[in-house]
Design a binder for this molecule. Structure first.
Ligand SMILES: [Zn+2]
Length: 383
């Protein structure tokens, strides 16, 4: 879904993106305002006015969605959580906040500030629109814009307070269950289950709307339901994965015998070795100086085949001081998080004395997970 996105701004150090799908909703909202909503309320405007006011209203509406996401992001930053970016897409906005919330209270604060912001924008817009129109400057267009923005932001606040995870209300709900039970996993389980229930209500409600003639609204509601459903399931899967990986120490899965290569070996020979042995990671050891670093399949793949005869392992290897390391007692979850954060496929395992004792690979962790899933739920491809 968040595939083709365009960076449009940077606010408070947070990159702001527009997803390709956002153009669809922007066009739809503008069109329905200009062609249907404003003409039904204000039949005497010119068509130029309809389109101009619709465009301004649309832009203001999406700006208020952006402010909602900024509110989540700024509170996250203030609590020390990193924010990767804000993306506006077809169903609104998403603030990508790194890491799981460290405390229930933090999750509550980050979640609650979004609907509060929308509610504030809504109430202020309605109030200002009312004051301007009745006392200062009875211009219908200004009043129309402020009224629409006001009502929509109030609706946005109410909708987001629905207790279905991953909506803000679902996050508030999770933080409360988390605070009560003391278990993040349990809270996520309950909140995502309620989220799935709400999602099904949306999908069924959407179906009913479609059959009662409100085809567009129905499809829209069902789509939102489907989006909530997949987000709730994705979150539960991540929590489930963590539960499986957290108790397992790296020592249990690491490879302790790394094949050794010399630093002056040329890459074409190394490529042959990889092909013949199936090994993907090698310890680079100089006969005099001892171990220097690690060279992997992806290091070799980074060099065009035509140049491999002239380049040596020492040119492409990752030296030890630049390598990411974990301790044998660290969990597989920690190792996987480290790899994801730095976009690498393996980390070195180093014990307390600084001795290299092995390497743990992402593929091995994923295979481990797959095995766990198969023993618990049966083979996924058997159905
Ligand atoms: Zn929100």
């Amino acid at each position: 879904m968040l595939g083709n996105r365009l960076r449009i701004a940077r606010l408070f150090g947070i990159p702001i993106y527009l997803d390709g799908s956002w153009l669809i909703i922007f066009a739809l909202v503008t069109y329905s305002l200009a062609a249907s909503y404003f003409p039904s309320l204000y039949p005497r405007w010119s068509s130029f006015t309809y389109w101009g006011v619709a465009l301004i209203t649309s832009v203001l509406f999406f700006l208020s969605v952006l402010v909602h996401e900024l509110a989540h992001s700024l509170v996250s930053l203030a609590l020390g959580q990193r924010v990767r970016g804000i993306t506006l897409f077809i169903f609104g906005g998403i603030a990508e906040i790194e890491e799981e919330p460290p405390r229930a209270l933090y999750e509550f604060l980050v979640a609650v500030v979004g609907p509060l912001t929308s509610m504030a924008i809504g109430v202020v817009s309605l109030f200002v629109g009312w004051v301007i129109f009745w006392w200062l400057w009875p211009v219908q267009t200004v009043h129309a814009v402020l009224r629409y923005i006001g009502v929509l932001n109030v609706l946005l606040a109410v909708f987001n307070l629905l207790p279905g995870f991953p909506l803000d209300g679902g996050r508030i709900f999770r933080s409360l269950v988390w605070a009560l039970t003391g278990s993040y996993r349990r809270a996520t389980q309950i909140a995502t289950t309620v989220g799935e229930g709400l999602a099904w209500l949306f999908i069924i409600g959407g179906g009913i709307l479609v059959f009662s003639g409100h085809v567009f609204d129905g499809i829209w509601l069902a789509f939102i339901g489907w989006f909530i459903l997949s987000a709730a399931r994705g979150t539960m899967q991540a929590v489930e994965m963590r539960r499986l990986l957290e108790p397992v120490p790296v020592a249990q899965l690491m490879r302790t015998t790394l094949p050794v290569v010399v630093p002056y070996l040329t890459l074409d020979v190394l490529a042959d070795t990889i092909l013949n042995t199936g090994q993907r990671a090698f310890l680079v050891r100089d006969p005099q100086e001892g171990p220097l670093g690690i060279v992997t399949l992806s290091d070799v793949q980074g060099v065009p085949a035509s140049q491999r005869a002239e380049m040596r392992v020492a040119d492409v290897m990752t030296p030890f001081d630049a390598l990411l390391t974990v301790k044998p007692s660290d969990s597989l979850w920690q190792a996987l998080e480290l790899m994801a954060k730095h976009d690498v496929h393996q980390v070195l395992v180093v014990d307390e004395t600084g001795e290299i004792v092995g390497v743990v690979r992402r593929n091995d962790i994923l295979r481990f997970l797959q095995l766990q899933a198969e023993t618990r739920f049966g083979r996924p491809d058997a159905s």
